[in-house]
Ligand binder design. Structure first.
Ligand code: ZN
Length: 344
């Protein structure tokens, strides 16, 4: 099969579009012939590496993918060859106390497809049968792949962890990333009032098109927490979604007393200073999570299939042009998901 491999960490030029053996589905696994994959920032971070990351080379990145079932491993029940599926990239053992309780993203053996396990930037990938969801007839694989990681992440954070209620106010720090656009849509679907802080008029226009009620351009107003405070009659918002990290001090200021700060990542960097006085003084709750459980994944993909949540797609590259695709993602210029065409 054709696959995108790398043998060492580095820039986009370590990526090689080349031949690699088709993986054998192990017991309980299904072999998926991919039609589309979607990029996530995680793909860039894994390629660049971080202290402590251990990969079995050659590594294949890619968490998101959709295609059709090509073969079934032993005991991979419930599926037929030829069925069209989207992959849930949240890998879990299915047997530990957390998996049994349905909290499979807390699994003791949890892994993300494409992070430490070979992923979807290839013509075929083998994944556990329980990680697949059937695509409705006619539903495009690119849209499905673009939705899988970001919608489950946003749903689990905002609804399952954040317990967002209709009528509450939400502030999303960031206007255009995959998780942020999913968050804006889910918050609106829930009946919340949505404030968005973005870095440009263009990105804020995207947020507005997704239903955001109040837009704050941080290129014009660095002290955006003050703007949020004024927009909410000096109350602050109920929920802040901050996946930047380095912006936490402003997020604390923008939250109301007793507010919740939700985080699923740190695009601004993993370490930063926080002023603890805001946390106890304002009775703030900081709720972290990563990915979702299977139940949330099935639920949110159902909403995507029904058109109630619509993935924002930017551009599609052929798999062979993955370097260009990753450079485009790295540039931060994209508005929506970048997908890869694997099989035309
Ligand atoms: Zn487990």
């Amino acid at each position: 099969m054709k696959a995108v491999l790398f043998h060492m960490h580095g820039g986009p030029d370590v990526l090689q579009y080349t031949d690699y053996p088709i993986p054998d589905p192990k017991p309980g696994q299904v072999l998926v012939r991919l039609k589309a994959a979607a990029l996530n920032r995680m793909d860039l971070w894994v390629r660049e590496g971080w202290p402590g990351i251990k990969l079995e080379y050659p590594h294949i990145s890619g968490a998101d993918g959709a295609g059709e079932i090509a073969a079934l491993g032993e005991n991979a029940s419930g599926w037929k060859v030829g069925e069209r599926v989207v992959i849930n990239p949240s890998l879990h053992c299915g047997m530990c106390e957390f998996c049994i309780a349905g909290a499979d993203n807390l699994c003791t053996k949890w892994a993300l497809l494409g992070e430490t396990v070979r992923g979807t930037l290839a013509e075929y990938v083998a994944v556990p049968a329980r990680n697949l969801v059937l695509l409705p007839d006619g539903f495009d694989e690119h849209r499905a792949a673009a939705a899988a990681l970001v919608y489950q992440t946003a749903w689990h954070s905002l609804i399952t962890r954040g317990d967002l209620r209709p009528g509450e106010t939400v502030l999303v720090v960031g206007a255009s990333g995959g998780v942020n656009t999913a968050t804006i849509q889910i918050a609106k679907l829930t009946g919340a009032v949505v404030h968005v802080v973005g870095s440009s008029a263009e990105k804020l226009a995207l947020a507005e098109s997704l239903g955001a009620d109040f837009l704050i351009d941080r290129s014009k107003d660095e002290n955006w927490s003050k703007a949020v405070f004024q927009l909410t009659d000096r109350r602050g918002v109920d929920v802040v979604v901050d996946n930047v990290g380095t912006t936490f001090s402003q997020s604390f200021r923008a939250a109301r007393k007793g507010g919740r700060i939700l985080t699923v990542g740190n695009t601004g960097g993993p370490k930063f200073e926080i002023d603890n006085r805001y946390i106890f003084g304002k009775h703030l709750s900081i709720l972290g999570s990563t990915m979702s459980n299977r139940q949330d994944f099935a639920h949110v993909m159902g909403l995507v299939f029904a058109g109630k949540l619509q993935p924002v797609l930017d551009r599609t590259f052929p798999l062979s042009e993955v370097r260009l695709a990753e450079e485009f993602l790295q540039s931060g210029e994209q508005k929506g998901k970048i997908t890869l065409e694997i099989r035309g």
